[in-house]
Write a protein that binds this ligand. Structure first.
Ligand SMILES: Cc1cc2nc3c(=O)[nH]c(=O)nc-3n(C[C@H](O)[C@H](O)[C@H](O)COP(=O)(O)O)c2cc1C
Length: 189
């Protein structure tokens, strides 16, 4: 009899641990399921995405280009300028994802010639998530927000937009700035 109740106790414990959410909830995280979708060439925007994920428990989705841009900065700026002027859409690749399971999508982009980077714009145009709550950020090289916030407003018409965040592009620890923003937009307590 005693042995049986010990066994059922063990089963109860393992079943309750199976029912736990995929990420462990600390007192700072909310119950919301968040996805960060970002494009990043030199990893500044990726760094921010990873910090947001650490602070909120968000999943990450990196948008990439099929044909890579040049390695160096200046040639990249020239190639991108030409793409913008001639409206050349470079093919993107990204893991497919069931967007219906997310409450909030956060979009992150580097500023490219004052705007949201084309690869992220392409992902937004190719995917459907109308009506969803979205937050946006850009990482910059000194120019600040430029046209990125208004680009996002146009691209994300039909969504509930939370206040935009501009953060200087860096691989430094930006936890303090990001947690301030995430608290303001109610993604962490
Ligand atoms: C093609 C290109 C265009 C850029 N245009 C701007 C710009 O208009 N304003 C600005 O502040 N920074 C600009 N930058 C700098 C990036 O926005 C900045 O370094 C950003 O943090 C890079 O993010 P990533 O490392 O995620 O790619 C540009 C960089 C590239 C490669």
């Amino acid at each position: 009899m005693k042995r049986r109740s010990l066994v059922s106790g063990v089963i109860c414990i393992s079943l309750s641990s199976l029912a736990m959410p995929a990420f462990s909830m600390t007192d700072k995280k909310m119950e919301k399921k968040i996805l960060v979708v970002y494009f990043s060439k030199t990893n500044h925007t990726k760094n921010v995405a990873e910090t947001i994920s650490r602070l909120t428990g968000a999943d990450l989705l990196r948008v990439d280009v099929v044909e890579p841009y040049p390695e160096a900065y200046r040639p990249t700026t020239e190639v991108v300028k030409k793409e913008l002027e001639e409206n050349i859409i470079r093919k993107i690749k990204a893991p497919s994802v069931d967007l219906s399971k997310y409450d909030v999508i956060v979009f992150g982009t580097p500023t490219w010639w004052h705007h949201v980077s084309m690869p992220l714009q392409t992902w937004i145009k190719e995917n459907s998530f109308k009506g969803k709550t979205v937050a946006t950020y850009n990482t910059d090289g000194g120019g600040g927000t430029m046209h990125t916030e208004e680009d996002f407003q146009k691209l994300l018409k039909g969504n509930k937009l939370l206040p935009h965040m501009t953060i200087f592009g860096s691989n430094d620890d930006q936890t303090a700035e990001l947690s301030k923003w995430l608290k303001e937009i109610n993604l962490i307590k």
